[in-house]
Design a protein around this ligand. Structure first.
Ligand code: DX5
Ligand code: ZN
Length: 216
């Protein structure tokens, strides 16, 4: 069984609480919250005040994906807003160890994200320090892009390394272009958490999509 993390970026913002509840009722364990600063990525999404409101209205495990140039500066406000997990990019400017420590000190789980061009091996030094690694299967910034299959080898390499260092339970998340076709490939390669935006919220029956992905 995979953990499903519907990406709220593709939800109807006028009915965010309703959309979150539909996903949770269908068995989604995480809600994926994409934060973009218009600098690290060429798009702006939503910030901590939105998380504060939605986390209060719909208590859940909020998986916050920071696409920010300086993620460390913003960790405190997302912790306060209700983040359960905070992931940040290895390609960003913040010192990795310090950022992991700040997230843990606030009582949340921590994860490192890598873009399509970043080799899996670059995260190996931190595999024993984080709860999750997120492999991007599209360039971060926008939903609705095509899955890049280069993510599969990276997932396999990370799963193998996690097993090798005695952390087989490490969460491996994949994000971008995940649907009924690409999700099984990712799970076979070692992914345990599936982010899906368009595939869930673009479907006639979002609950059925969550249920299918969860069954993998
Ligand atoms: C892209 C975001 C994704 C995005 C995925 O930068 O990190 O979480 O919402 O959208 P889909 O599932 O439509 O590719
Ligand atoms: Zn994301």
């Amino acid at each position: 069984m995979a953990i499903v993390a519907p990406s709220l970026l593709a939800a109807d913002f006028a009915h965010l609480a309703r959309d979150c509840r539909i996903c949770l009722d269908a068995g989604a364990k995480f809600l994926h919250f994409d934060v973009m600063d218009g600098h690290f990525v060429p798009n702006i999404s939503f910030g901590a005040p939105v998380l504060t409101s939605i986390a209060k209205a719909v208590p859940a495990f909020y998986d916050v994906h920071l696409m920010l140039t300086d993620p460390l500066d913003y960790v405190p406000m997302f912790l306060k807003a209700g983040a359960s997990m905070i992931t940040f990019h290895l390609e960003a400017n913040s010192p990795v160890d310090k950022t992991i420590e700040a997230i843990h000190a606030g009582g949340a789980q921590a994860g490192i994200v890598i873009k399509p061009a970043t080799p899996a091996e670059d995260v190996f030094p931190w595999l024993d320090k984080v709860e999750m690694v997120l492999v991007m299967s599209v360039e971060p910034g926008f939903g609705g892009q095509k899955f890049q299959s280069g993510a599969l080898d990276k997932l396999s390499a990370l799963r193998a390394q996690a097993v090798k260092i005695g952390r087989p339970e490490l969460l491996l998340e994949v994000d971008g272009g995940i649907d009924r076709t690409t999700a099984p490939l990712c799970v076979n390669a070692g992914a345990s958490v599936l982010v899906a935006g368009s595939a869930v919220f673009g479907a006639a029956d979002p609950a059925a999509e969550v249920d299918f992905l969860r069954s993998l």
